[in-house]
Design a protein around this ligand. Structure first.
Ligand code: HSE
Length: 370
């Protein structure tokens, strides 16, 4: 049995991962050791994991880490930077599986999303690659949705507009959005049922509350509720892109191992939803395909993709963040040939960014190793 160390397993991505692992009985096949960056030495009850009482190990204890066959971390880039390189320098030959983005650009790492690159993962394992990193969430979700169009070499370029949930930014951002919802709702509850107050006056009141000094916006800096933020992550030097937008082209081409770069760009937008990311793709194909052709290519790509028929009822019920939250299904709909160009399509997709967008590819990579 392989000894696997888990770091960052109580955060948002980590806890979704552990839940899935419990459900799939993955802990039966490994010797799991749980680490903590701050609460090591403590014994905690975790009734659903094999050993009922877990004593947390120190996540910076290099001697302990060195003994592990596999390290799976959802702790974030800072931890990875502090530990990964030093551990490798010490000669550690174990497998490192990471949710953070900073190792994705290394030559020695492989970005993993096995429904897309299982063959490549197996080849790289045989070649001795030992560092496996999950994709950016929007990239994973795009590849799960329309990866078959890439794999059939049908794409000239893509422009993506994202609609990303608050949880993508982290748990404190998610909490802040809930606080923002509560703040507005508490303050306007007396107006909303008062028929003598005009709805436009209520909207003005809301706007006033959004700008008052007690409005909770420590993390987002601005209200996300009743608004949106068309900026995610830092700016990439000497470009007009944010890092989230930059990742689209880099990670997609790295994971697909493309000989000629497929141009991908977009605008990434934070919206006031709690969980699951949505994306609108404008795609230039290199062939004049029918909508039916495109539907079939997408439908046959993996078992999680569900095509949502392009009508009002199905779209409002199934092409929404809430319809996929907590599920592995990737919903793809609004598939249209555009008036602008016979080779151009637009497609809308929703998926749970904490599952296929983050934890599930790592869980499946771990399963491949054990
Ligand atoms: N970079 C992503 C975001 C995280 O900010 O939404 C993945 O959920």
């Amino acid at each position: 049995m392989k000894t696997v160390g888990f770091i960052g397993w109580r955060g948002m991505v980590g806890s979704v991962l552990i839940k899935r692992m419990i459900k799939k009985k993955d802990f039966d096949n490994i010797n799991a050791i749980f680490f903590s960056t701050s609460q090591y030495g403590e014994t905690i009850n975790h009734f659903s994991i094999k050993n009922k009482f877990l004593t947390l190990e120190n996540a910076y204890d290099f001697k302990k880490l060195y003994e592990l066959d596999i390290i799976l971390t959802c702790q974030g880039s800072e931890y990875t930077n502090k530990v990964y390189f030093k551990l490798r320098q010490m000669g550690w030959k174990g497998y490192w599986i990471d949710a953070a983005s900073n190792l994705r650009t290394l030559k020695e790492s492989l970005i993993v999303l096995d429904p897309i690159n299982l063959k490549d993962i197996k080849q790289k394992l045989n070649l001795g690659i030992k560092t496996f990193v999950g994709c950016n969430c929007t990239v994973s979700l795009m590849l799960m949705a329309i990866g078959s169009l890439f794999k059939n070499n049908l794409i000239d370029w893509i422009f993506i507009s994202t609609y990303q949930a608050a949880s993508g930014a982290g748990s404190k951002f998610m909490k802040e959005l809930i606080l923002q919802m509560g703040y507005i709702s508490q303050n306007i509850s007396s107006f909303i049922n008062n028929s003598s107050i005009n709805i436009i006056d209520i909207e003005r009141q809301i706007s006033k509350y959004m700008n008052d000094p007690y409005f909770p916006k420590k993390n987002f800096h601005v209200p996300l509720i009743n608004s949106l933020i068309p900026w995610i992550d830092k700016k990439i030097k000497n470009t007009n892109q944010t890092k989230e937008e930059w990742k689209g082209q880099f990670e997609t081409n790295k994971i697909l191992n493309t000989k000629k770069i497929i141009p991908i760009d977009g605008t990434c937008v934070r919206i006031p939803t709690l969980r699951s990311h949505s994306q609108s793709f404008t795609i230039k194909l290199n062939k004049n395909l029918s909508v039916n052709n495109v539907n079939n290519i997408i439908l046959n790509s993996n078992k999680w993709v569900k095509i949502i028929p392009n009508n009002f009822d199905d779209t409002i019920n199934y092409l929404t963040p809430s319809s996929v939250s907590g599920k592995l299904n990737i919903h793809v709909g609004r598939i249209k040939k555009l008036n602008i160009d016979k080779n151009c399509f637009s497609i809308f997709s929703v998926g749970d960014q904490l599952l296929w967008g983050a934890s599930e590819p790592l869980r499946r990579m771990l399963k491949l190793l054990i």
